[in-house]
Design a protein. Structure first.
Length: 250
């Protein structure tokens, strides 16, 4: 395949992945195989993918802010708890295989989709300024999610959505708003480690970043305009497709 076609394909894949990541998760299960298909080894693909992840979430946070959907203080506090785990996870990811972790993740995602099928009554998903119940388990959950995000990244959106949805008891629009901010913050030290160890292809990374930034911006607009019903539909479809892929059913 000609190099220009590779770059165009990578931009398109990044746009789709960015859109999916904001509304659900699992976009890295598209981008990582694409980078490996283009000749990168798994470690280099993992690091290069983080360039796209960072720019996607910067764009998504900006899009949510433009639509006046944000709680930066709470998002930042939650993101701080992910940082130690993200650093440790990124350091380990350079050496450790993720095959068994992906199989476990597939079953976790099936549980998440079952929980998302049942909407809690009396909840206003667009009430951004309301004070919600916050369970103390959200903080150790953020630590563990930071580790997973630094280690593999693929599917971390599902884990974040489940934790924020159930432990903060907020709607899916707010869940996605916090999610993109948290991932943006912990990706900074994780990406720094991949850069430090020489595991980033900047040519592919920046093209992927452009696509994912575009997809992330559009995904955030869809999340707010389409509402919780739209997010729920995209989330369920994305989770089921990723679970099938990880379990190698087909």
């Amino acid at each position: 395949m000609h190099e220009y076609w590779k770059l165009l394909l990578l931009f398109g894949v990044g746009s789709i992945a960015g859109f999916i990541n904001v509304n659900a998760g699992g976009g890295s299960t598209i981008t990582l195989p694409s980078l490996i298909f283009m000749g990168l080894d798994s470690g280099l693909a993992n690091g290069t993918n983080r360039v796209g992840i960072l720019f996607q979430n910067i764009s998504s946070v900006s899009s949510f802010r433009h639509q006046k959907v944000h709680q930066f203080r709470q998002s930042f506090i939650l993101s701080l708890f992910t940082l130690p785990g993200a650093v440790i996870g990124a350091l380990l990811s350079i050496r450790v295989s993720n095959e068994w972790f992906q199989r476990i993740l597939a079953f976790v995602m099936i549980g998440i989709v079952c929980s998302m099928l049942f909407k809690r009554s009396g909840q206003n998903s667009t009430d951004i300024g309301r004070n919600h119940t916050q369970h103390w388990l959200i903080y150790p959950a953020m630590l563990g999610i930071g580790f997973y995000g630094g280690f593999i990244q693929a599917g971390v959106g599902y884990l974040l959505m489940a934790s924020l949805y159930h432990l903060l008891r907020i709607g899916l629009i707010q869940v996605n708003m916090h999610k993109v901010f948290i991932v943006m913050i912990y990706t900074i030290p994780a990406l720094s480690i991949f850069i430090w160890t020489g595991n980033v292809n900047w040519g592919y990374g920046l093209i992927l970043a452009a696509g994912m930034a575009f997809g992330g911006w559009m995904g955030a607009r869809t999340a707010v305009k389409g509402g919780e019903k739209m997010i729920r539909m995209i989330l369920i479809l994305a989770i089921l497709l990723m679970a099938v892929k990880l379990l190698r059913i087909f």
